[in-house]
Design a protein around this ligand. Structure first.
Ligand code: NAP
Length: 468
């Protein structure tokens, strides 16, 4: 009898090829399919000597899999996923399982899941984070959908996932599109953290006049402390990397235009729909948009108007402020993301476990960081914590570092160094920890021009007044 393969994967690109090699390394026989013969050949070469199939032939692929089939799709999010489903659904049988491992919009996953359930085809929406290296050596995996469907692939996903203290960085997230939703918020947090790091870099570079070698050392040192994280680690390495073409630091040769695929924007959009503020993530999305307007920026540039006056800057002091502000704003960004998850959990009835999310984000994924241990501990102490700032230890850390953040902001403001994400983190903190905001005036204005009514501070009820 011909070999039947344990696990199939459609889309042998960056993520798919590496993820499937990882599955193969863990002793499973694998089948890979891509429409591009070159990728199929490359995968065949990579798996030479292992029990595997690599093909462009959909029929051969489907027939080669043991039943019920377990097939992961790792093609670009959006239409390509629909095209793959359309191509394969008629070849599948009831109880076969399709797993979308891409960054699909969670509403697309709900729609696909519903449609396939009419044919008794099981469907999981699974967030996979860690990029190329993570997919190959151990990603963080966020599966959502029917729990029984998850159990069909749990042993495979647990074996390929990153491990932290022997715990696999995978856990069932919840029903329907929970996995894609959690991955979307993961990416939103990722946008925020990357922008914060970029703003701190700008301050150290333009205001502190640190060289790339010094920047590398600073980030390397930070990575040994409480800021320890994947993003800080790679940033240190980026500053060390030389350009093969010019011999300059490679980072200086990269155009200051950051692209995006949409997950940060979706996070901000959805947070607004749910009535939750995520201003640091919003700022990160806005800064990528502003960065894209390079020609306009250039035409309106004020030139090097920063650092107007001579000053006696204490570099070490600036680095110290930067470390504290980066830690402060990092904590704030995670808090915004986790509050969004909590609110979405109620709204979409996902049954998310916040502690499990913090646990599986500790390894394999792009936002892995030492601080996730503190988040995990906060949710262990109180699973239904309404906001991470309500945890006494986390609040203490923020209080300890908020004045340093304010001081760093003064440097940024006085020197015209834009720090939208850093300042939004600070302003968000100040706003959400303030009992009284000036929004009484906004409500008064609304009532003035639109008879939108208002509530009073001294009695129950809804009121409308003639103003002026
Ligand atoms: P990729 O490198 O572009 O690979 C996608 C592969 O799918 C390509 O080989 C593509 O072939 C193939 N494909 C597209 N449509 C197909 C179809 N109808 N039938 C068969 N094969 C098809 O993309 P990727 O970076 O691996 O990303 C895959 C998913 O993972 C995306 O949702 C992405 O957002 C997500 N993701 C990526 C990363 C990352 O770091 N790259 C990290 C986490 C998540 P062609 O080249 O011929 O189009």
């Amino acid at each position: 009898m011909a070999t039947k393969y344990d696990f199939g994967l459609i889309g042998l690109g960056v993520m798919g090829r590496n993820f499937l090699l990882n599955v193969s390394d863990h002793g499973y026989s694998v089948a890979g399919l891509d429409r591009d013969p070159e990728k199929v050949e490359a995968f065949a070469n990579d798996t030479e000597g292992k029990v595997s199939l690599s093909t462009t032939d959909a029929k051969e692929f489907v027939q080669g899999l043991s039943t019920p089939r377990k097939i992961m799709i790792l093609v670009p999010a959006g239409q390509a996923v629909d095209a793959v489903i359309e191509q394969f659904e008629s070849m599948l049988e009831p109880c076969d399982l399709l797993i979308d491992g891409g960054n699909s919009l969670y509403t697309d996953t709900n729609r696909r899941m519903k449609r396939l359930s009419e044919k008794d085809i099981l469907y999981l929406g699974v967030g996979v984070s860690g990029g190329e290296e993570g997919a190959r050596r151990g990603p963080s995996i966020m599966p959502g959908g029917d729990q029984k469907a998850y159990e069909m692939v749990a042993p495979i996903l647990e074996s390929v996932a990153a491990k932290v203290n022997d715990e696999p960085c995978v856990a069932y997230m919840g029903n329907t599109s929970a996995g894609n939703y959690v991955k979307m918020v993961h990416n939103g947090i990722e946008y925020g953290l990357m922008q914060l790091i970029a703003e701190v870099y700008d301050l150290l570079l333009r205001h502190g006049r640190l060289s790339n070698a010094e920047l590398s050392e600073v980030f390397e040192k930070w990575n040994k402390g409480r800021l320890q994280s994947f993003l800080i680690e790679i940033t240190s390495q980026i500053f060390k990397t030389k350009d093969d073409i010019t011999g300059n630091s490679l980072v200086d040769m990269v155009l200051d235009k950051a692209k995006q695929k949409g997950t940060g924007k979706w996070t901000s959009q959805n947070a607004m729909d749910l009535g939750i503020a995520t201003p640091t993530i919003d700022a990160a999305v806005s800064m990528r948009q502003i960065s894209g307007q390079k020609d306009l920026r250039q035409s309106m540039s004020t030139g090097n108007r920063y650092a107007l006056e001579e000053y006696n800057l204490d570099k070490e002091e600036l680095i110290n402020l930067a470390e504290r502000a980066l830690y402060f704003s990092t904590v704030v960004t995670y808090a915004q993301g986790f509050q969004l998850l909590s609110v979405a959990n109620e709204g979409y009835k996902y049954e998310l476990d916040m502690e499990a999310i913090a646990r599986i984000w500790r390894g394999g994924c792009i936002i892995r960081a030492a601080f996730l241990e503190d988040i995990r501990s906060a949710y262990q102490q109180k699973p239904n914590l309404p906001h991470l700032f309500a945890n006494a230890e986390i609040r203490g850390v923020l209080e300890d570092n908020s004045s340093a953040t304010r001081n760093l902001m003064i440097h940024a403001l006085q020197n015209r160094i834009p720090a939208l994400a850093l300042s939004s983190a600070l302003n968000y903190y100040d706003a959400i920890t303030t009992a009284r905001l000036p929004l009484n005036l906004v409500q008064a204005q609304r009532d003035f021009f639109g008879a939108h009514t208002y509530e009073r501070t001294d009695r129950e009820g809804i009121f409308h007044s003639q103003w002026g």
